[in-house]
Design a protein around this ligand. Structure first.
Ligand code: PBG
Length: 327
């Protein structure tokens, strides 16, 4: 034998020298759930070890994240039922929870990159990412609201707005309004290939944002989120978002879609984010709770696989745990 591949695996020293993928705090975006109130830290039932935080605790949390080397957060808010409607009215409130959350993080840690979720579902009485009429999600009326929502987040101080809705043309609408209003430095991280996945369940528990079960309300998000069967369409969606002005594109969920991540990585020349979603987090937690999987090892293996597939950054509920473990 002229070649013995095992020579490069003999011990950890040589393995670490030939290692191709290394995860670091720079890779992560930390999703955070915010609620009204004071001193509130509520564990999310289907996401053990993950919490909804009130603004005072959000402030403390982002300081800790920063001290661990984490540089970016992605904010989601839980909106009270009485503020929900079919028009996203509360989403545009300059004193709304999202707008106050952005200011809270920026005041606590000015260098922290603040990304905001731009989508109607947390504000929607029907649990949809768009305006509902006659059993349908109305695209262009929705993008008008989304661009106003993005502008409102930019005014509050967001560094990046992150539209997660999958309406057509929303990146163009958002970019145009931000430019018109002088927000040239506010970036857009587009959820460009977001699939209609069953892995979002725990997230919808966290925000109480699942589509409602009522007559003439679509039961799922399949008319706007992508069919998990489609690969070429993911590339098409992503290229369109880049044309429309996206700075960062995203594939979501992570683990089941790593082929898509690699296709997109090989096709585009902007950073590609991957969202390791709530259901992926829940699966690892549940299996570890039962003693069936080694939590830390599986967590790091999955994060490494996501980066190896081509992720420039990973939105992950494991960010803090992973960073503590690797540092
Ligand atoms: C909705 C939104 C969802 C997630 C992020 N933004 C859920 C959905 O599309 O229904 C899911 C994230 C996760 O599961 O961790 N705009």
């Amino acid at each position: 034998m002229l070649h013995r591949n095992r020579r490069l695996r003999i011990n950890e020293s040589i393995r670490s020298m030939v290692r191709e993928t290394i995860i670091s705090p720079n890779d992560f975006i930390v999703p955070l759930f915010v609620v009204e109130g004071k001193n509130i830290k509520e564990e999310i039932g289907s996401m053990p070890g993950y919490y909804r935080l009130s603004l005072d605790l959000l402030k403390r949390e982002v300081k800790e994240l920063w001290s661990l080397g984490l540089k970016s957060v992605l904010l989601f808010v839980k909106v009270s039922e009485k503020l929900k409607d079919n028009a996203g009215t509360e989403a545009l409130n300059p004193e709304g929870l999202m707008q106050r959350s952005v200011k809270t993080v920026k005041n606590a840690v000015p260098e922290m990159i603040v990304m905001t979720d731009v989508a109607m579902d947390p504000y929607s009485a029907y649990g949809h990412d768009g305006i509902v009429a006659e059993g349908k999600i109305i695209n262009d009326d929705t993008t008008a609201v989304l661009s106003e929502m993005a502008l409102s987040h930019a005014k509050a101080g967001a560094d990046f707005v992150a539209p997660s809705d999958m309406m057509d043309g929303r990146i163009f609408e958002i970019r145009s309004l931000l430019e018109d209003e002088g927000f040239h430095e506010t970036g857009i991280m587009s959820y460009s290939a977001k699939f209609a996945s069953a892995f979002y369940g725990p997230f919808r528990d966290a925000l109480d944002s699942a589509p409602v079960d009522a007559e003439n309300i679509p039961k799922d998000k399949k008319t706007y989120q992508m069919d998990p069967s489609n690969r070429e369409e993911a590339v098409r969606e992503t290229l369109m978002d880049i044309d429309e002005g996206a700075d960062i594109v995203m594939v979501k969920p992570g683990l089941c879609y790593l082929d898509i991540v690699r296709d997109i990585k090989n096709t585009v020349n902007v950073p590609v984010a991957v969202y390791q979603v709530s259901g992926e987090y829940a699966m690892i937690k549940a299996a570890a709770e039962k003693g069936w999987l080694d939590h830390d090892a599986v967590m790091l293996e999955q994060l490494t696989a996501i980066k190896r597939a081509g992720a420039s950054m990973i939105a992950s509920y494991f960010a803090k745990e992973a960073v503590k473990l690797i540092s």
